[in-house]
Design a protein around this ligand. Structure first.
Ligand code: EPZ
Length: 434
């Protein structure tokens, strides 16, 4: 199992560049299933979930080329003949976002067979709202042997009101409704920038979407979509992770290639804690070793404080003076990192969906275990300020959503190395998958 070894104590200095957003790239790759023409996506992060999506789409008959070498942030997808509109359990169990193919497949092929994702480290995470929405568009859906089977001659436009705000649920229905017969109005939609980025691509493919990024989205269905070229937005969660790394280590770090307008709630919270930042058009700079005060936070749907930053914020709260109460409102089991931070000397008490963090407590290096993507990021952040050498096990989690994190952190002064194979391996020759 890969491990990361981090020696704490170095302030982060210099500039670190943010990659494309994993949570925008995944739905945009699924959207390529909606047309038989070529879709070219740029600024694709080189993370494990992209590789899993490539395998998922290839297994259906799509041609997927992940660029390497100079073009290594470009992906070309052509789903001319989708022979097997199916997402197998083997792939879905490694990445729940695979369920994003359900809507595009039933819309394009009239049928889809997608494995149910099953449980996850951070919560139950059912897809009942995806299913309900597709049934509103006229799909016939059955669930048996752990698979969702959906069929429809042609989906029909309809009114869809989500019982609960769901990011991939909104994206799945958005994609399905682009090829439906008639108009679809979706309400109580997710407003995440990744949803708006997907709609941007779909409109370039000939869809007629209005209101993406707001809670009401209207889609006029069209008979066919065509190919397009699209640049994925920067990863606001990766950017937020680096901002906290700089604040924790008392460094002077410029996070470049990001969109500060996507980080408003994170920047506001950092300001409240006492972190000094300045913003450029596509960069944010964190300066200096300022004392940090405790501040409560509760996770919310966008534009509220993102649940994907909760674990990283907890690492910061361990080094703030006073008591911070962190309330996790989105996922019921997203405090797995807390006990690992306690192993490093943090003072954290979990009461249901609340974590009570008493700071400032010096952290000392220890062997710790990553349980999910963002939990592993928070352990890396804590290790950057811990006394000694921390060994983080099961870092395959971090490769799912952070591109070359140890290289990026080393580039700004962190003492970090990997035991095991980096993902993706360096200097692989370009491979076209047919
Ligand atoms: C997306 O997951 C992100 N993943 C998650 O990021 C992120 O944590 C989450 O949105 C919330 O912001 C991708 O975009 C690929 P939801 P998603 O549907 O869409 C419940 C990361 O670290 N729900 O918005 O799966 C659900 O259980 C990942 O990059 C239902 O009950 O999340 C949760 O409590 C982790 N029924 C809430 O809604 C449904 O059908 C929000 O989940 C769907 C969701």
């Amino acid at each position: 199992m890969d491990k990361l070894v981090v020696r704490g104590g170095n302030p982060l200095l210099g500039t670190v560049r943010v990659s494309g957003a994993k949570n925008a790239a995944l739905p945009c790759m699924a959207a390529a299933l909606l047309t038989e023409e070529e879709v070219i996506l740029e600024n694709i992060p080189q993370v494990r979930d992209i590789e899993t999506t490539r395998r998922l789409l290839s297994a259906m008959g799509a041609q997927v080329e992940l660029g390497y070498g100079r073009a290594h942030h470009r992906t070309t997808i052509q789903a001319r003949n989708l022979t097997t509109p199916e997402a197998s359990y083997d792939l879905v169990k490694t990445m729940r976002a695979s369920t994003l193919v359900l809507g595009p497949l039933v819309a394009r092929c009239g049928r889809a067979r997608v494995s149910l994702p099953g449980g996850c480290a951070i919560g139950a995470r059912p897809i009942d709202l995806h299913i309900k929405g597709l049934e509103r568009l006229g799909a016939k859906i059955t669930t048996e042997h752990g698979y969702v089977e959906a069929t429809a001659n042609r989906l029909k436009g309809a009114e869809v009101v989500f019982d609960k705000i769901t990011v991939t649920g909104t994206e799945d229905l958005l994609m399905a409704s682009t090829l439906a017969d008639g108009e679809t109005t979706m309400q109580n939609c997710a407003r995440e920038p990744e949803v708006a980025d997907l709609a941007d691509l779909l409109n370039k493919m000939g869809a007629k979407i209005h209101g993406a990024g707001t809670s009401t989205i209207c889609v006029k269905g069209v008979p066919k979509l065509h190919g397009a070229k699209h640049r994925i937005i920067p990863d606001r969660i990766e950017a937020g992770t680096f901002l906290i790394a700089a604040a924790l280590t008392g460094g002077d770090l410029k996070v470049s290639g990001c969109d500060p307008t996507h980080l408003t709630s994170i920047l506001q919270k950092l300001q409240e804690v006492g972190v000094k930042t300045t913003q450029g058009a596509d960069s944010i700079r964190v300066m200096g070793d300022t004392p940090h005060q405790a501040a409560d936070v509760f996770t919310e749907e966008y534009p509220g404080f993102p649940t994907d930053m909760q674990a990283q914020y907890m690492a910061l709260a361990t080094q703030a003076d006073g008591t911070s109460i962190i309330t996790e409102n989105i996922f019921e089991k997203r405090f797995m990192h807390a006990q690992e931070l306690v192993r490093m000397g943090a003072n954290i008490k979990i009461e249901g969906r609340r974590a009570i963090v008493r700071g400032r407590t010096p952290l000392s290096a220890a062997a710790v275990l990553a349980s999910d993507l963002r939990a592993s990021a928070s352990l890396v952040l804590a290790a950057l300020v811990a006394d000694g050498e921390t060994i983080i096990d099961r870092v395959y989690h971090i490769d799912r959503g952070y591109e070359h994190i140890e290289e990026k952190l080393k580039g700004v002064g962190a003492e970090i190395r990997r035991i095991g194979e980096m993902f993706p391996r360096k200097a692989a020759a370009p491979t076209a998958q047919f």
